[in-house]
Design a protein around this ligand. Structure first.
Ligand SMILES: NC(=O)c1ccc[n+]([C@@H]2O[C@H](COP(=O)([O-])OP(=O)(O)OC[C@H]3O[C@@H](n4cnc5c(N)ncnc54)[C@H](O)[C@@H]3O)[C@@H](O)[C@H]2O)c1
Length: 367
């Protein structure tokens, strides 16, 4: 196992590189500034938690001649809305942002999604570098170009596709990540293995203890493999239009609905919602005769090994009605022609899109 990797995402109009490793920010200073070579101003977007813990690591690599301004958002999913975007646009315009300038997104998926959306709509596109600080952001949200914010009608309903100039996944950030946030990140990792890579799935099962204890080389390998898998799907379907990229949404139809039911609060983290959502999608796959009971339990046990939730018992303190969960699904972006578009699986390593499902089966899969 190596201690750092460079993964190229060769998209035709906007190729970029993802660097993965420990303490890679300073080492890649040249690469960072050549990716935004004409920038005279850098606007750092971060949250209250990251400002205290890690912001210095970024500030210290910025040459003195570059003007730097930081905008700090309160931490949490609730900030991921259009009101925050409005404030950020005013912040950039007030500081005379130009198209050559750059936004540095330093934070988890919330900061990444907000900053990506902001970068895409300000002056019709300014430079963007992601410094993802959670496992979930390193393996998922910083890669692939989906940006956006939530609406009262549902999650991520306002957004764009916008690729960054560079992504720096430094595992040094993960050392301060609360355990619950770390395990939530593994939900997306397990997702990649189920939809694409049986060998990776088995490796994750064998190495769950080391990964939960942040064994550095194992974590780096995990981020690298996850990013490679995500890249494969993004290259086939950058804008999510031909159902190839849709597999990345495995479990997310259920997950987004659950997050809406819990009002995007800390009661349920995105990764936890994904873990429960994948187990529900697997249960549905089993009910419809696609997935064997044995494989369903194998998948569920993987989430248990990674100390993740797998059903609604995790939310027993609040009373969520099945009816509400199903209703929310109708607003999900993955719906086509009024039908709910589900991602199901036949086996580990084999997922597919399916939308001919009767409501009674959906109801049965929610428990
Ligand atoms: N764009 C995409 O393709 C994509 C994919 C998956 C998820 N997402 C989005 O990502 C978001 C979830 O991201 P997340 O799980 O990173 O949540 P997050 O950004 O809310 O971060 C989780 C918490 O951890 C804190 N934190 C971040 N880094 C830390 C660190 N290094 N040390 C200590 N604390 C730290 C944050 O302040 C926050 O309180 C959701 O909004 C989801 O919709 C987007």
């Amino acid at each position: 196992m190596k201690n750092n990797y460079s993964i190229k995402v060769p998209l035709k109009n906007s190729p970029y590189e993802i660097i993965v490793g420990k303490n890679v920010i300073e080492k890649n200073k040249k690469k960072i500034f050549s990716a935004i070579k004409d920038a005279q101003k850098i606007f750092i977007i971060t949250d209250t938690v990251i400002r205290k813990l890690h912001l210095k690591k970024i500030i210290k690599i910025i040459p003195k001649k570059i003007f730097v301004k930081t905008f700090v958002i309160s931490s949490g999913e609730k900030m991921k809305d259009i009101k925050t975007i409005n404030k950020l646009i005013s912040f950039l315009l007030k500081n005379n942002v130009s198209r050559n300038d750059a936004i540095f997104a330093v934070g988890g998926g919330v900061i990444g999604d907000i900053s990506g959306f902001l970068a895409s709509i300000t002056l019709r596109g300014v430079n963007l570098i992601h410094f993802p600080t959670t496992l979930l952001a390193q393996v998922d949200s910083s890669v692939g170009g989906k940006t956006g914010v939530n609406s009262s009608y549902g999650k991520n309903l306002i957004g764009t596709f916008y690729q960054p100039n560079l992504v720096i996944c430094d595992t040094i950030f993960l050392s301060t990540l609360p355990k619950r946030e770390l395990t939530a990140g593994y939900a997306e990792v397990i997702k990649y293995s189920i939809i694409y890579d049986k060998i990776f799935f088995n490796w994750l099962n064998k190495n769950s203890k080391g990964l939960l204890k942040l064994d550095n080389l194992k974590v780096i390998k995990t981020i690298k493999r996850s990013v490679e898998i995500k890249k494969e799907f993004v290259l086939k379907d950058e804008k999510d239009i031909n159902n190839k990229r849709a597999l990345l949404n495995f479990g997310h139809t259920f997950a987004h609905s659950l997050e809406n039911c819990t009002k995007y609060s800390k009661i349920l983290l995105h990764g936890e919602a994904v873990a429960i959502g994948i187990c529900m999608a697997c249960k549905l796959s089993h009910i419809l005769g696609f997935l064997s009971l044995n494989n369903y339990f194998k998948i569920k046990n993987t989430f248990i090994k990674f100390e993740l939730p797998f059903d609604l018992s995790f939310l027993k303190r609040i009373n969520i009605k099945k009816k509400e969960i199903v209703k929310n699904m109708i607003y999900d972006k993955k719906n086509l022609k009024g039908k709910i578009n589900f991602i199901l699986c036949k086996d580990v390593g084999s997922a597919f899109v399916y939308n001919k499902i009767k409501k009674e089966f959906i109801n049965k899969s929610i428990s």
